[in-house]
Design a protein around this ligand. Structure first.
Ligand code: ATP
Ligand code: MG
Length: 395
């Protein structure tokens, strides 16, 4: 199939937004006789006028050949073998063009059959993520109609959505992620395929699902993402107890902290709240509801501990998504610390010893979120923030 080629005048990608080290990698691969392009989310973001957070590169060079060309590279992955090239703190993913998914509707387990550029994009998830950019000729290379879909704000799978979701159910979560992030309309067949296949999500790796959920909590669009998860019944599959609470409490109230979390991430592009704080923010409205309070100065330490455990146990042990033991420990710590902070409302006394805990910053981040949800708690946060002065700023 002939791709549609878009010239600089047609696509308007500002070349200066492309990381110079990524351009260097592509240039070196091309000079060594290989085909090499930018691909995926980076090209999509450039076309949407955004600043890409990563620049992935696709090439005809085999992983070992990439390894030999770059002394700063490392080969990773078994299921999906690719090279990482490091420049200081930055890492670029360089993957070899892969052939299409062989098994039509079964899970993909191995994915190391090399192919040509066209095959490589046909195995990607959505048309908007299936574009190449060739910096040498400043051309966008489009085999999948992705350029038009970006222009029309439209989300659709590459190929038959039913098959693509069965092959890799994480794609359904990714669909909701792009819907939440960009507000694009979803193609009717793609949407119907999600509604028909949502139960398949349990066949995917919990670690990959958790990673997508955590990334969404950091994205500035977590509220609409979790609302979509709830509406499509995926939340009930992924985090059953949490979904039940959603029904009890009402999702507007349950997701109230996500609004603040999103506001924070939109305002602070380069800062992220700690992932354990984001998990605590999901759970906090349930605690407030159970204890019927927004501050806990009158609640005993044991009560808050028991309440926290009654929510955390099912969430951490009976859910499809699996969080780590350390995450569980820290979420509990964050919740307990809130009761300690709140005692100041009664005693007016700051206990500096509380601030000597190595993880106190994450507890302060939670207090920051609470103070934005409940104006009443603003002075409390200010007081504790000032008491921690000289320490690294909590947020
Ligand atoms: P983000 O901005 O969140 O990083 P992204 O689209 O770049 O979004 P990545 O996880 O970085 O997402 O993946 C990079 C590219 O790899 C995607 O743009 C897409 O082309 C391809 N891809 C990622 N996940 C899948 C998948 N599950 N199935 C098929 N292709 C995928
Ligand atoms: Mg990406």
């Amino acid at each position: 199939m002939q791709p549609h080629i878009y010239s600089q005048q047609q696509h308007n990608i500002p070349q200066e937004r492309i990381d110079s080290d990524a351009l260097f990698v592509i240039d070196r691969l091309q000079k060594a006789g290989h085909i090499a392009y930018l691909v995926g989310g980076g090209v999509r973001d450039l076309l949407m006028g955004l600043y890409p957070k990563d620049f992935d590169i696709s090439t005809s060079a085999k992983p070992e050949e990439v390894r030999r060309l770059f002394s700063n590279s490392l080969l990773i992955g078994r299921r999906f073998r690719l090279a990482h090239i490091r420049f200081g703190k930055k890492t670029f993913e360089v993957s070899t063009f892969r052939a299409g998914d062989t098994a039509e509707d079964s899970l993909i387990l191995r994915d190391n059959i090399w192919g040509v550029p066209e095959e490589d994009v046909l195995r990607r998830d959505f048309t908007i993520n299936g574009l190449f950019y060739d910096p040498q000729y400043k051309q966008v290379i489009d085999y999948v109609g992705g350029m038009q879909d970006i222009q029309h704000h439209f989300l659709r799978t590459i190929g038959d959505a039913n098959i693509r979701f069965k092959q890799d159910p994480v794609r359904m979560i990714r669909l909701l992620k792009f819907r939440a992030r960009f507000g694009f309309a979803i193609d009717e067949r793609t949407w119907q395929a999600l509604l028909d296949n949502y139960l398949e999500i349990t066949k995917s790796s919990p670690a990959r699902v958790v990673e997508e959920l955590l990334r969404m909590l950091e994205s500035g669009h977590s509220l609409s993402f979790f609302t979509l998860l709830e509406q499509t019944k995926m939340l009930a599959i992924l985090m059953q107890t949490f979904d039940e609470e959603c029904k009890n409490i009402g999702n507007k109230e349950l997701l109230s902290y996500l609004h603040i979390v999103d506001h924070f991430h939109k305002q602070h592009i380069n800062e992220k709240l700690d992932r354990t704080v984001l998990l605590a923010a999901l759970i906090f409205p349930i605690i407030e509801k159970k204890l019927e309070r927004i501050s806990f100065e009158d609640v005993s330490f044991t009560t808050i501990l028991k309440t926290a455990e009654s929510i955390l146990n099912p969430l951490f042990h009976q859910s499809f998504v699996q969080f780590t033991k350390r995450q569980r420990f820290l979420v509990e710590f964050i919740l307990i610390m809130q009761q300690r902070f709140d005692l100041t409302l009664k005693t007016s006394k700051i206990r500096p010893r509380l601030l000597s805990h190595p993880e106190k910053n994450i507890a302060l981040q939670m207090l920051f979120l609470r103070s934005h949800n409940h104006e009443l708690l603003r002075p409390l946060y200010t007081q504790w923030k000032e008491a921690s002065r000289g320490e690294p700023h909590p947020i």
